[in-house]
Design a protein around this ligand. Structure first.
Ligand SMILES: [Cu+2]
Length: 428
């Protein structure tokens, strides 16, 4: 199952990212053609046509923090602090939909997954009315938004916080992880150490939900980031990921692609030091960030793939297995980034794009859960490594080493009130 040797984009990978399922017949038809702003949307002049496509979403449930149509107005780049509430209503006036302080505006047309998300919110609302999540409500939940749906300024704030984590002293003892040089590396090291226990296992989704949460928390608590973890809606950029707002090399991107297989030479992370890996090594191995951004891999992450994953996976095992298969969206997203460390199953969090990809994984799980909340908020399936095939359960432990307290899978099953209320978020 694991431990295949794979060469992707010139990088030797130890440990395939997935089980050797067969390659997907990459069938086609992106049903939701992104009228993609390839530039930063803020500077796009197509603004006027966008409001017609932007859905106004679950008005009653969206917190005001979400309302900022950050990119629908060319003035967006100047103001719009990420976390102000209130004033949002005035800025949403450009939407042709009835202006509301809680209107959600997307900068790309809603794809089929977005639409399912939107139509599912009422189920969540209904469920919560019968099963309140303590003090966590849809009105006060934080909202994770798509990279293009936050303003360039907000993206730069996120990037600055990541760089801050990369400059902070690590917690990992140097005797344990000699290559760990920063708080950012603390996270990479934890993933490296646990790789074999957290993929194709019962804790895959819950572990990575906790991991992204802990990372978001570190950005906020240790580096003053005021926003929430953004995600990467794969479909938006699948046709040309290298020129997307994520990877186009702008100051508000996560950096560009490699040039001739070499180092990333543009954008915020062109000078970052990748310290750990490859593979299982925790030794100090400083090198540049490389990417092998791939349209071919991106093609297996389009919305038609994601929607079929969500709608055709009847139970948690088929959902998580399909997602992690070789032809699945998890693998597809990782290898859309590719390179070093992005294409390395152990060290992949060493590329900052990892966290946006895994936030999307988490979002897809969240949408899947919303299709049958009473059953799926409890659903745990798959096996525990080292247990001779025992099925995992909600009481199985999860730990993040120096990055978080020891918890259980059960703590991570809902974003609304999980971890004794510490989790309280939704996605747009
Ligand atoms: Cu992982």
């Amino acid at each position: 199952m694991r431990l295949s040797l794979t060469v992707v984009g010139g990088l030797l990978l130890t440990g395939g990212l997935a089980c050797p399922a067969k390659r997907p017949t990459s069938t086609t038809s992106v049903t939701t053609p992104s009228a993609s702003p390839t530039e930063d949307v803020v500077s796009s002049t197509s603004i006027s046509e966008e409001p017609s496509q932007t859905t106004s979403v679950d008005v009653t449930t969206a917190p005001t923090t979400e309302a900022q149509p950050t990119s629908t107005s060319s003035t967006a780049k100047v103001e719009e602090p990420s976390s102000t509430s209130a004033s949002a209503s005035s800025t949403s006036a450009s939407s042709s939909a009835a202006p509301s302080p809680t209107t959600i505006v997307r900068t790309y047309p809603a794809d089929v997954v977005d639409k399912l998300r939107d139509s599912s919110i009422d189920k969540l609302k209904d469920y919560l009315s019968k099963n309140p999540a303590g003090s966590c409500t849809l009105e006060n939940a934080s909202i994770r938004r798509e990279w293009s749906d936050i303003s360039p300024k907000e993206r730069e704030e996120y990037i600055a916080a990541v760089k801050c984590l990369q400059s902070k002293s690590p917690r990992t003892a140097s005797s344990k992880g000699p290559g760990v040089r920063s708080r950012f590396d603390d996270f990479v090291a934890t993933h490296i150490e646990q790789t074999d226990y957290i993929h194709n296992t019962a804790n895959f989704l819950s572990w990575h939900r906790y991991y992204v949460h802990a990372y978001e928390k570190a950005l906020r608590d240790e580096c003053g980031y005021a926003g929430f973890q953004p995600y990467w809606n794969w479909d938006r950029y699948a046709k040309d990921p290298a020129n997307s707002p994520l990877f186009n090399g702008n100051a508000s991107s996560l950096g560009g692609n490699s040039v001739n297989g070499g180092c990333v030479q543009s954008g915020p992370f062109k000078d970052m030091s990748v310290n750990l890996g490859p593979g299982t090594s925790l030794g100090y191995n400083p090198r540049c960030l490389k990417r092998a951004i791939s349209k071919q891999w991106a093609a297996q992450t389009t919305a038609d793939h994601t929607i079929s994953l969500i709608t055709q996976s009847r139970d948690i095992v088929s959902f998580q297995d399909t997602m992690q298969s070789y032809g699945g969206v998890h693998t597809g997203g990782h290898f859309t980034i590719g390179g070093d460390p992005g294409g390395d199953i152990h060290t992949s969090p060493g590329d900052p794009a990892f966290y946006l990809h895994h936030a999307m994984i988490d979002r897809v799980w969240w949408i899947w859960q919303m299709q049958d909340l009473s059953a799926r908020l409890k659903a745990v399936g798959g096996t525990v490594v080292g247990s001779r095939g025992r099925s995992g359960s909600a009481s199985d432990p999860i730990n993040l080493g120096v990055n978080g307290d020891a918890i259980t899978i059960g703590d991570m099953l809902t974003t609304m009130g999980g971890l004794n209320g510490e989790l309280c978020y939704i996605y747009v």
